[in-house]
Write a protein that binds this ligand. Structure first.
Ligand SMILES: Cc1cc2nc3c(=O)[nH]c(=O)nc-3n(C[C@H](O)[C@H](O)[C@H](O)COP(=O)(O)O)c2cc1C
Length: 194
């Protein structure tokens, strides 16, 4: 334990929601990875939904079907959803991944990095309505990147506008607080509550 009683290391899974080709998610995920690997308290796992097969017709209520990412999600202490906004909501690929799983989300925090014309705010707010059904909690701080496509350099690399990295680190600090606290909740007897 550290001086402020927060556990030393936490496993954080970044879920990349867009599965389009090409996609703005790629330079944004690369930036996220660059930033998050500078944080000493977390172990990072990038869960790219474009690299995962989760057929909708095989989905079972309560996440009963075998999933290729269930183990990685179960191992995570918290999540960062990197999500664009599609038609004032979040992508169907992300809803599918949420629905495919159940206990993997329970009693864990989810933070958001949104992007779109308005920074993905409507996608993020809709996720805040969905996740409590999975017993996940959402982090108040967030990163919203309006018109992210205007912040690519000549090589297609995302160059964050001022304040974006600060917002990310504030979000991660809050995610850490929740992830650490909820780890002890998950360590208790949850059997009767699922
Ligand atoms: C089907 C679709 C619907 C979209 N609807 C919105 C929208 O409602 N609001 C918005 O800000 N951007 C919207 N956009 C723009 C996306 O946010 C933008 O293209 C973003 O870069 C997509 O991320 P991706 O390339 O990683 O998939 C939409 C894009 C698509 C493909």
């Amino acid at each position: 334990m550290t001086e402020n009683n927060i556990a030393d290391r936490l496993r954080i899974a970044v879920v990349i929601a867009s599965v389009r080709r090409p996609r703005l998610a790629d330079p944004l995920a690369a930036w996220l990875e660059r930033e998050l690997t500078t944080i000493d308290w977390l172990d990072l796992d990038l869960v790219d939904l474009a690299a995962v097969s989760l057929p909708m017709h095989e989905m079972r209520p309560g996440g009963a079907a075998a999933s290729p990412i269930a183990g990685r999600l179960a191992d995570a202490d918290g999540f960062v959803f990197l999500t664009p906004e599609y038609n004032h909501s979040f992508p169907a690929s992300l809803k599918n991944a949420i629905d495919w799983h159940f206990t993997e989300w329970a009693y864990k925090p989810v933070a958001f990095v949104g992007y779109g014309a308005s920074g993905g705010i409507r996608a993020v707010e809709q996720l805040r309505a969905v996740l409590p059904e999975l017993r996940a909690t959402t982090v108040r701080e967030s990163v919203l990147i309006p018109m992210a496509w205007e912040h690519l350099d000549g090589g297609g690399r995302f160059v964050p506008p001022p304040g974006t990295a600060q917002a990310l680190h504030a979000t991660m600090t809050e995610l850490r607080t929740w992830a650490d606290g909820l780890r002890s909740v998950r360590g208790g007897d949850l059997a009767g509550r699922r």
